[in-house]
Write a protein that binds this ligand. Structure first.
Ligand SMILES: NC(=O)c1ccc[n+]([C@@H]2O[C@H](COP(=O)([O-])OP(=O)(O)OC[C@H]3O[C@@H](n4cnc5c(N)ncnc54)[C@H](OP(=O)(O)O)[C@@H]3O)[C@@H](O)[C@H]2O)c1
Length: 313
């Protein structure tokens, strides 16, 4: 099988032939049809994420999200069949998605929703679960009913565009922060208000928010004044300032929360159910073939992606 691999840190993966892997207990082998790029892929490959997340050499296969068809079942696998369309965010921190055949554990595997194509299904798991866990678990956003004012910073990005839709599906009044070129998209996805972060008067007259979900690495100190008295600020790009503010959560009514994705099949099934109800869609920014993984990373590294970058096999 073909796979994109690195044998040392860098952003120039190469296509090589590898033996077909054999699924172990509670694993399936998936014939990959699409993967999606997440910033962690190129941060891990480049070594930028090394203090938190290393890459294992002599051979590292980058990537976490994939969609495809079950190709073989390992011992003890029930509930999946050969040929079934599935998607996943691979578990652990070892990557592995950028290959024609990949082993996936049942703990993170879900059948693809009816009518969803491989590109969209590959774009959903990592970003979607990060959006869901940030809003539901860190921000404690009631997932049905109550009217809550939610601000999504980075509303056009991979995580943000799904967070806008999840908050909207939960009944929240959503404000999205994005640049003017993405305002229409973010509005179509469910934001009632859009704030153009490039305008100097962007924040004038904004009432406070119950929930702020930051997907771009904003300073919590800047946004605490924009929270209601018991509001929550969560960040999926938590730096030292987020942890420093989080240390004060016990003595302060406004909370600051870091979000660290925990991949699991149950949360992916929550997202899939919303896709099936047409309350959640994956916006595709661009598509690349496997051999052009480097160009797909460059697109993501530009920081200007709207939705997801997809690699098709
Ligand atoms: N903690 C975790 O477990 C976890 C999980 C997933 C992702 N992450 C991290 O979260 C971050 C976001 O991931 P992603 O996949 O959503 O990234 P992404 O898709 O690359 O985000 C790009 C988007 O950010 C927008 N943006 C950039 N600066 C902005 C600003 N100041 N205000 C508002 N929007 C801005 C861009 O819009 P414009 O073009 O309009 O600027 C673009 O649409 C990454 O750093 C990633 O590593 C962490």
């Amino acid at each position: 099988m073909r796979a994109m691999t690195l044998d040392s840190y860098g952003l120039d993966p190469r296509l090589i032939e590898l033996p077909v892997p054999t699924p172990g207990p509670h694993q399936v082998r998936v014939r990959v049809r699409a993967t999606s790029i997440n910033p962690i892929d190129w941060k891990q490959a480049s070594g930028e994420a090394r203090p938190l997340l290393g890459a294992k050499f002599p051979r590292f296969i980058p990537g976490y999200d994939l969609a495809g068809e079950v190709d073989a079942l390992g011992p003890g696998v029930t509930g999946f069949s050969v040929g079934q369309r599935v998607h996943t965010r691979l578990s652990g921190s070892g990557g592995g998605a950028s290959a024609e055949l990949v082993l996936a554990g049942l703990d993170v595997l879900q059948p693809m929703p009816e009518g969803m194509d491989f590109a969209q299904a590959a774009g959903l798991p990592l970003a979607g679960m990060t959006a869901l866990q940030g809003l539901r678990d860190a921000c404690r956003l009631p997932m049905s009913g109550a009217t809550v004012r939610v601000l999504i910073i980075g509303a056009s990005g991979g995580v943000g565009h799904l967070a806008v839709q999840l908050a909207r599906a939960a009944g929240a009044e959503v404000t999205g922060v994005c640049s003017a070129k993405n305002a229409e998209l973010v509005g179509r996805l469910g934001a009632r208000h859009v704030i153009d972060y490039t305008r100097p008067d962007a924040w004038s007259g904004q009432p406070p928010f119950d929930v702020i979900y930051d997907c771009v690495g904003s300073s919590p100190g800047e946004f605490l004044p924009r929270l209601t008295a018991h509001g929550r600020f969560a960040s999926c790009l938590p730096g030292p300032a987020v942890f420093a503010h989080a240390a004060l959560n016990l003595v302060r009514s406004k909370k600051v929360l870091p979000v660290l994705l925990s991949a699991n099949a149950a949360d992916l099934s929550v997202l899939d159910a919303l896709v099936a109800k047409k309350q959640l869609e994956v916006v595709i920014d661009s598509r690349f073939p496997l051999a052009e993984l480097r160009a797909a990373w460059a697109k993501s590294r530009s920081g200007r992606v709207a939705g997801k970058v997809i690699v098709e096999l």
